[in-house]
Design a protein around this ligand. Structure first.
Ligand SMILES: [Zn+2]
Length: 173
């Protein structure tokens, strides 16, 4: 309520880099008018109960079994309080190479920012789909996003919604 109306650059511009200017303007208007939280609650009403690392592991394995049955097994799945979502391109993906005996072994980890514990169910699904797609495609290329869309048809809309969600979380009105 006390935040200045004319920030420069706009709040939305930081979260929606690369999106059309009219979408950025709409997001700034929702934020300025204090309607962003309501907008998100209306769009993404479903909650989830995936609150522990164990529950997250089961959740990720279930999605992997459904869509990426042949991908190599995951070594670890964790919530990570230090993960900054935007800075890590909406998640993180490490393929740590370990030397074990004579052979090289790829260690596959999925870390999900702790803020997703409280986020709407659709946003958790979106970020897990993103991380699972990296089991096949390391880069954010065409094949990567095709795989994301295969696992979650609403992927692009949800990535946009996630950016609005982060904008709202990090810039309360
Ligand atoms: Zn990524």
């Amino acid at each position: 309520m006390t935040s200045p109306h004319l920030a420069s650059p706009s709040v939305a511009a930081r979260y929606l880099a690369g999106y059309p200017p009219e979408l950025i303007e709409q997001a700034d208007a929702l934020h300025r008018e204090g309607r962003l939280a309501d907008h998100l609650a209306h769009r993404l009403p479903e909650r989830h109960e995936v609150r522990s690392d164990g529950a997250l592991f089961d959740y990720v394995q279930a999605l992997k079994a459904r869509h990426l049955r042949n991908a190599e097994p995951l070594n670890s799945v964790n919530y990570d309080a230090k993960l900054r979502v935007l800075q890590h391109a909406l998640g993180t993906h490490t393929r740590r190479t370990q030397v074990q005996g004579a052979k090289l072994k790829m260690r596959r980890e999925i870390r999900v920012a702790t803020l997703f514990k409280e986020a709407p169910a659709a946003l958790l699904r979106m970020i897990v789909v993103h991380e699972l797609a990296h089991l096949r495609e390391l880069e954010h290329n065409k094949a990567f996003y095709k795989l994301c869309q295969h696992m979650e048809p609403e992927y692009f809309q949800l990535e946009f919604d996630l950016r609005l969600y982060l904008m709202n979380q990090e810039n309360p009105q």
